[in-house]
Every structure is written in structure tokens, then in C-alpha cells.
Design a protein around this ligand. Structure first.
Ligand SMILES: *[C@@H]1O[C@H](CO)[C@@H](O)[C@H](O)[C@H]1NC(C)=O
Ligand SMILES: *[C@@H]1O[C@H](CO)[C@@H](O)[C@H](O)[C@H]1NC(C)=O
Ligand SMILES: *[C@@H]1O[C@H](CO)[C@@H](O)[C@H](O)[C@H]1NC(C)=O
Ligand SMILES: *[C@@H]1O[C@H](CO)[C@@H](O)[C@H](O)[C@H]1NC(C)=O
Length: 475
């Protein structure tokens, strides 16, 4: 009795979030880490509303900088543009932009996106207070920032190069299009530039990545495991098995399609995470575990074991859909801010494919499921029509897959599920696109690693070479 009680207390429910938000990790080249003291943090007073001259409210936007390479008058500024995450010193100490700045004696900056990290127009993220959270305002922040920097005599003659990854790659591309007078050129890494509500392509790439790295045998175990799990949900004894194998804190509400959507997500989001953070070789390692008994014996046990191990659940348990939306409703952090942007700008909902993948059977991963989160977390009026209209607006305003830009480098990896929504061809002769086989999300922003393929390294070098050429043509 006492023991049971203890276990319940220790079992802190784990809330798994859909992998809609990318938390861009800093590069790992420790060689440069010793320069920690070179990175400084500063703040700039920023209008909350750039489009209403009558609104005089301001907030403090955070940025970091490193001047160790700066050559002085006329030398360039390199800005890593922050997206839906907290900025940290890493990209000013290592990675591809750092090398590019070193080669060109550039001043290094990392800007934080409004409503993320410590750059907060409001402390309380009520739906009302979130109305100044959109990319139009964030791009205007960046314009205001660059304009302010260039008013200082030190930077008056400096050209500005922007780097961005994931959503921030959309931002740098759109910035180049909207404010061409403020930047010479941009490097856009893994930008899902097309907004899309029903994003079935995401899980199709997850399927393909497992299929090409792990082979048919691995895929048939995963397929069978998912099918067994769905069959188990239909019977009383099966439900107990599911609850045990997936370590659910409480029985699922089997009549509730959104509850089943969230449970389906526990499975698909785990596979998504393995692909999105993969490096060459890591997915085949997962598949070797599926082919042995590392995760369990039966296919369903293997899925449960893989989810438990990958999510590192330990002695804890997975919480319910109800708990997730309850927390999302009251939290004031990056998770809530980004979900808001998906409802009001991008969608990006990773729904079950309808094309014969192992994830097709998880039919509860639907647009109504993801939109229900918008309604519950923000406002009942954030319904499907609202979300579709919001995404249409972004595609209309920025031009979808046909942006009108020069001097823009686009880089994608085929192992990155987000590449489906990116620009795949050269935009024109001044704006090449690199589609790199087997490469993951935002790989090129980081440092070189021994597991990288030659083509990954080539793309990083090509970006630096082209940026350097733009700069040398413009002195
Ligand atoms: C945020 O605002 C809401 C609505 O006004 C209020 O109910 C809530 O207590 C506030 N939260 C915090 C942390 O201040
Ligand atoms: C946001 O806050 C919630 C509740 O405290 C937490 O579960 C979640 O991990 C936080 N997300 C981020 C990105 O910090
Ligand atoms: C690049 O494309 C843009 C938009 O289509 C066009 O205006 C421009 O002339 C092109 N530039 C070059 C160098 O081809
Ligand atoms: C791109 O460059 C071309 C050639 O220099 C120029 O004619 C065109 O106006 C530029 N387009 C944009 C969108 O800046």
C-alpha cells in the first residue's frame, strides 16, 4: 500500500508536445568554447507595434554580440536571426556563420525574437497580449535593429549578412524581400517557407528516412507494431496492455478522437524526433534495436519500448490530452507562443499521411485535432476556417514558394521532414539552392562533424564562399 502511494507521487506526469517548435541547438565545436568571454548580452528598446504610430508602447529586445574578429570601418555585420527559441552564445562562438565572420572580419550578432526567451513585450501571454506576435512585427524589429546599429558611426559602412534556421530561415528570406536596402544577402537554412495546415508530407519524410536508412525489415516491424496497437485499443484487455506498455498515467478516453490524436502523437512525434535530430547512421541504429529485443518482443511491445526509451520516461508516466491543453492554456513561454503562431500564421500540422506509410493508420492525427488545441488554448474562434485563412494570408503576403529575392542561399537536407515546404530549386542565378541528401534540419548552421557527408560539407563551404563573394563585390 505504502509502496503504491510512493510510486504515484514519484510518477511526475510527462507532457509530450508536438514537434512543431524547433529548439535550435548551438553548434558543438568545443574548440571555440574557450572564447566564452567574447560574447556579450545587450538590450534595445523596441516599439511593440511598428505599424501604429499612435501606439508608443515599447519592450526590451535582447541580443548578443561578439566583436573578436571585427575589422572596423566598412567590415561586415553577421546576424544570426533568432526564431522560436531562447538565444544563447553558441552561434557566436562556433558553427558556419562564425567561420564566415572570421574569414571576413565581421561583427557577430544574435538577435532574439519577440515573445521568446527574455524578449517579452508582455509577461502574461493572454490571447489578447499575443496580438503583437507575428512575423510582420518580428521582421520590423529586425529592420529597426539594423537601422539603429547603422546609425552608429562604427557600422555606418558595414554590409549586413543574415543567417537563419528553420522558421528563422523564412524570416531572413522574407526580410531580404521586404527590406532589401537593409541587407546584402542571406543564408536560409531549412526554411519551411510555405505555410500549410494539413502537412501530411512531414510524416511521409519520416517514413522515407526510416525506410531508406533502416530497410524493409525494420519498416514491417514498425507497421505491424502500430497496427497491433490500434487493434489493442478496440478491446478491454488490449487497452490495459496499451496503458502499461506506453506508460500512460491514466486510461485513455477511448471515445474521444482528440485523446486518440494525442496518443497517436506520442507514437508519431517520437519517430519524428528521431528523424529531425538524426545524423547519418543514427536511424539505422534505432532500426537495429527494432530488429533485436532491445525495445521488447512483440511488435507492439517494441513500439512502446521505443517510445519509452526515446522519450526517456524512466519511472514517470505520459499525461493525457486534457493535461496538455490545460498546461498550454496557462503557460507563458516559448511553447505557447509558437503554438499561437501555428494557429495564426503557419499551420504546419503533422497529420497522418494518406499514401501508404506506416503512419497512415494513425488517422486521429488530423487537422481537427491540431485545431482543437488552438481553440482550447487561445479562443473558440480559432477554428478551422480561421486557421486556413491565417495560413493563406502568410502565403499571399510573402509569395509562398516563389519569393522575389536576390542574394539568397537556400539549404535543405532530404532527411529533414521540413524540407517538403521549402524552395527546392535555384530561385535565380544569384540565389542558389542546395538540396543535400541524407542531411538533417539546419545541419549547415552548425560545425563540421566527422559523421557529415562530403555533400554536407560542400554546402556549408559553398554558402561561405558565396557570402564572401557578395562582400568582396561590394567593398
Ligand atoms: C494573466 O492574465 C489572466 C487574465 O487576465 C489572469 O487570469 C492570470 O491570472 C494572469 N496570469 C498571471 C501569471 O499573471
Ligand atoms: C513551458 O511551460 C510548461 C509548463 O510549465 C512546461 O511544461 C514546458 O516545458 C515549457 N516549455 C518551454 C519551451 O520552456
Ligand atoms: C532574381 O529573381 C528576381 C525575382 O524573380 C528577379 O527580379 C531578378 O532579376 C533575378 N536576378 C537575377 C540576378 O537573375
Ligand atoms: C535582382 O538583381 C537584378 C540584377 O541586378 C535586378 O535587376 C533586380 O531588380 C533585383 N531584384 C530584386 C527583387 O531585388
Amino acid at each position: 500500500m505504502f509502496l503504491t502511494f510512493l510510486v504515484l507521487i514519484l510518477a511526475d506526469p510527462r507532457v509530450v508536445e508536438p514537434p512543431l517548435r524547433v529548439d535550435l541547438q548551438p553548434p558543438e565545436d568545443f574548440e571555440y568554447r574557450s572564447n566564452r568571454n567574447n560574447v556579450h548580452t545587450a538590450w534595445i528598446t523596441m516599439p511593440i507595434d511598428h505599424f501604429d504610430p499612435q501606439n508608443k508602447d515599447t519592450y526590451q529586445m535582447r541580443f548578443m554580440f561578439n566583436e573578436e574578429f571585427f575589422g572596423g570601418d566598412g567590415y561586415p555585420i553577421f546576424i544570426m536571426v533568432g526564431g522560436e527559441w531562447n538565444i544563447s552564445p553558441g552561434y557566436l562562438q562556433g558553427g558556419n556563420m562564425y567561420l564566415n565572420a572570421q574569414e571576413n572580419r565581421g561583427f557577430l550578432i544574435y538577435t532574439e525574437h519577440r515573445y521568446y526567451g527574455q524578449s517579452l513585450p508582455y509577461q502574461n501571454f493572454t490571447t489578447e497580449n499575443l496580438r503583437f506576435l507575428n512575423v510582420d512585427q518580428a521582421l520590423a524589429d529586425l529592420a529597426y535593429f539594423i537601422k539603429t546599429m547603422k546609425e552608429s558611426p562604427r557600422f555606418a559602412n558595414s554590409k549586413v549578412i543574415l543567417y537563419g534556421g528553420s522558421y528563422a530561415a523564412n524570416m531572413v528570406l522574407w526580410f531580404k524581400q521586404r527590406y532589401p536596402h537593409l541587407t546584402l544577402g542571406v543564408v536560409a537554412s531549412s526554411g519551411p517557407i510555405l505555410g500549410q495546415v494539413d502537412f501530411t508530407g512531414y510524416l511521409e519524410v519520416v517514413h522515407e528516412a526510416f525506410s531508406s536508412e533502416g530497410g524493409e525489415e525494420c519498416m514491417s516491424i514498425i507497421k505491424e507494431g502500430i497496427q497491433q496497437t490500434i487493434a489493442a485499443i478496440a478491446t478491454t484487455s488490449g487497452r490495459q496492455e496499451v496503458q502499461r506498455m506506453f506508460r500512460l498515467c491514466s486510461p485513455l478516453l477511448y471515445d474521444d478522437e482528440y485523446e486518440l490524436g494525442y496518443f497517436s502523437g506520442l507514437i508519431s512525434w517520437t519517430f519524428s524526433g528521431s528523424v529531425q535530430t538524426s545524423r547519418p547512421g543514427t536511424i539505422s541504429a534505432v532500426c537495429r534495436n527494432f530488429l533485436t529485443d532491445v525495445y521488447g518482443t512483440t511488435p507492439m511491445e517494441k513500439i512502446g519500448g521505443y517510445v519509452r526509451a526515446t522519450q526517456n520516461i524512466g519511472s514517470s508516466c505520459f499525461s493525457t490530452y486534457e493535461a496538455y491543453v490545460r498546461i498550454l492554456r496557462t503557460m507563458n513561454n516559448n511553447s505557447r507562443a509558437w503554438y499561437y503562431q501555428t494557429c495564426t500564421e503557419y499551420g504546419y500540422y503533422q497529420t497522418a499521411p494518406r499514401s501508404g506509410t506506416v503512419f497512415d493508420d494513425l488517422v486521429w492525427l488530423s487537422v481537427p485535432f491540431y485545431v482543437d488545441i488552438c481553440k482550447q488554448a487561445f479562443d473558440q474562434k480559432f477554428d478551422e476556417a480561421f486557421v486556413y485563412n491565417a495560413v493563406d494570408r502568410v502565403n499571399r503576403v510573402f509569395g509562398g514558394l516563389a519569393p522575389n529575392v536576390n542574394n539568397t542561399i537556400n539549404i535543405h537536407g532530404t532527411a529533414d521532414p521540413w524540407h517538403v515546404l521549402g524552395v527546392h530549386d535555384d530561385i535565380n542565378e544569384s540565389s542558389p539552392t542546395y538540396m543535400v541528401p541524407r542531411a538533417p534540419h539546419c545541419f549547415d548552421l552548425s560545425n563540421w562533424r566527422p559523421s557529415d557527408t562530403i555533400r554536407m560539407t560542400n554546402a556549408q563551404q559553398a554558402a561561405r564562399r558565396l557570402v564572401t563573394r557578395w562582400l568582396s563585390q561590394n567593398v
